[in-house]
Design a protein around this ligand. Structure first.
Ligand code: NAD
Length: 499
């Protein structure tokens, strides 16, 4: 018998979603769309499709609040106090937010409430950025020559109206990673969550709506790609911060270039996890790499090392331990403590992942396990059994394209140089891991990998360190000070002291 999540939905009092624009919840007379749970494909509720009209309304409100309102000009301590009250409300709602996030994307509830994607983590991220508010400083510059008596200083000013567009895999953390620094810098914002995951974002929007933020500072719209495109291309938006696929990121870059919008693009990856014979524990590396692909969000994480580059001398050991590890995967009701893994976010994405499994087989890789769908009570959800391919070469589609699912491609190598070359032979450059107890080798290889971040003997990103990618993985960095730079413009003032 299959399970249902409607009881959780009803207990949480989920209502048809509304948009928050110009300080008011909008009674939308336009089209709406349904959001379904990926675990059961039951309808959770419906949301407004903002389209161009809704985006125009939201950008106009944000524009007014930026050009005429107090927020960008507010003293640091006042702005900080307003955010602190919001942060306290988020901490108070952390359980509810975690449950909504599990309804949103099917992440097992124990991860939703305790991992770096939790409600508490969301509040912590806002708190981190609130802490920057009175530290957003400029610089002064020494006289360059004695030709004049001009004195120079720079100020960091809010970039303006920020359009924030998020992906579905981390609804709470992503909201905070964008709205946190944008608001801290004095920007006004229009935030659009992924059309697949609006529940937790709507609850966060409610907390911001009930705060003392001046009218129009925070605006919340819902909708799919067309709404995102309307926001990203809107002439009233000064800055777009986007997290999502490289294909959409490229479309945004094309559209935004026309009016010189500032861009931050956090896009996909095809990262390599390199397992050297010097690894302290090949078993540990295999368990972690297979685990990252098969538990938690089931490989639907941008930084996942989905290509395992394994030295030939430890290949059999790696495959043995990865095969052992997959036995720990448990599907089921995401609110059950035993459930380890999330379903694929949509039916279409499930089909896409299954298509990659077929392409791996067709191109001659050996499927060691998985790649099919569980039946029984799980048939209604979008689960796919974690797959591992061995004998993969780096020119196969499963090694080149971002699958964003539980498929690990194992590629053998013989020398360190070869491993680095294969790791860098990718159009992406987001993250990567390497496994060795040789410290010199660890540093040498970490420096040689062309990506925004590298994990040595594991991987975990934190919100106060830079995160982002090179090449097709994006433009700019989130996390810590780089995010403050991304939501500010530098202004240089020169002051003639001879007059
Ligand atoms: P997606 O690109 O399909 O959608 C992302 C967002 O863009 C959604 O809100 C969507 O509605 C919107 N959108 C769609 N078309 C648009 C358009 N033409 N213009 C503007 N907005 C548009 O991605 P997804 O499936 O939601 O997320 C998965 C992707 O996100 C993966 O590629 C993953 O690697 C990436 N991701 C990256 C990071 C990172 O930090 N680099 C983090 C999480 C996810």
């Amino acid at each position: 018998m299959s399970f249902s999540l409607l009881d959780v939905r009803d207990r949480l009092g989920v209502q048809p979603g509304r948009m928050f624009i110009g300080g008011r919840w909008v009674d939308w007379d336009g089209p709406r769309f349904d959001q379904v749970s990926p675990a059961t494909n039951e309808v959770m509720t419906s949301f407004a499709e903002a389209g161009r009209r809704g985006v125009d309304m939201a950008v106009a409100a944000a524009r007014r609040a930026f050009d005429e309102g107090p927020w960008p000009r507010m003293a640091a301590q006042d702005r900080k106090r307003m955010l602190q009250r919001i942060i306290e409300r988020i901490y108070d709602a952390e359980e509810e937010l975690a449950q909504l996030q599990t309804l949103d994307n099917g992440i097992p509830y124990h991860f939703s409430r305790s991992s770096r994607l939790s409600g508490k983590a969301c509040a912590d991220i806002f708190d981190h950025y609130a802490g920057w508010i009175d530290k957003i400083t400029g610089e002064t510059y020494p006289q360059f020559s004695d030709a004049s008596n001009f004195h120079y200083m720079s100020f960091r000013e809010p970039v303006g109206v920020a359009g924030l567009i998020t992906a579905w895999n981390a609804p709470l953390a992503m909201f905070a990673m964008k709205a946190g620094p944008a608001l801290a810098c004095g920007c006004t914002v229009v935030l659009k969550p992924s059309e697949n995951t609006n529940l937790a974002a709507t609850r966060l929007a409610q907390i911001l709506a009930e705060s003392d933020l001046p009218e129009g500072v925070f605006n919340f719209v819902t909708g799919a790609g067309e709404t995102g495109a309307a926001l990203a291309g809107h002439p009233g938006v000064d800055k777009v911060s986007f997290t999502g696929s490289a294909a959409v990121g490229e479309r945004i870059a094309n559209a935004s270039g026309l009016n010189m919008k500032r861009l931050s693009l956090e896009l996909g990856g095809k990262s390599a996890g390199i397992v050297f014979p010097q690894a302290r524990s090949v078993a540990g590396a295999a368990t972690t790499l297979l685990g990252l692909c098969s538990t938690f969000l089931s490989g639907q994480v941008c930084s996942t090392s989905s290509r395992a580059l394994v030295h030939v001398s430890v290949l059999d050991e790696f495959v043995h331990h990865a095969t052992e590890q997959v036995r720990n995967v448990r599907f089921g009701n995401p609110f059950d403590a035993a459930t380890t893994s999330a379903p694929m976010i949509t039916r279409a994405h499930l089909e896409r992942v299954l298509g990659f499994v077929e392409s791996g087989k067709a191109e001659g890789a050996t499927l060691a396990f998985g790649g099919d769908r569980p039946g029984g009570e799980l048939a209604n959800g979008n689960w796919v059994n974690p797959a591992m391919f061995v004998g993969v070469t780096n020119d196969m589609r499963i090694a080149r394209e971002e699958i964003f699912g539980p498929v690990l491609s194992v590629i053998p190598f013989e020398t360190e140089e070869e491993a680095i070359r294969i790791a860098n032979d990718s159009e992406y450059g987001l993250a990567g891991t390497l496994w060795t107890a040789d410290v010199t080798q660890a540093f040498r290889v970490a420096r040689a990998i062309r990506s925004g971040s590298v994990g040595i003997n594991g991987y975990a990103s934190i919100p106060n360190a830079p995160m982002g990618g090179v090449r097709r993985s994006g433009i700019g960095r989130e996390g810590g000070w780089p995010a403050i730079e991304a939501f500010t413009e530098l202004k240089t003032i020169n002051f003639n002291l001879d007059i």
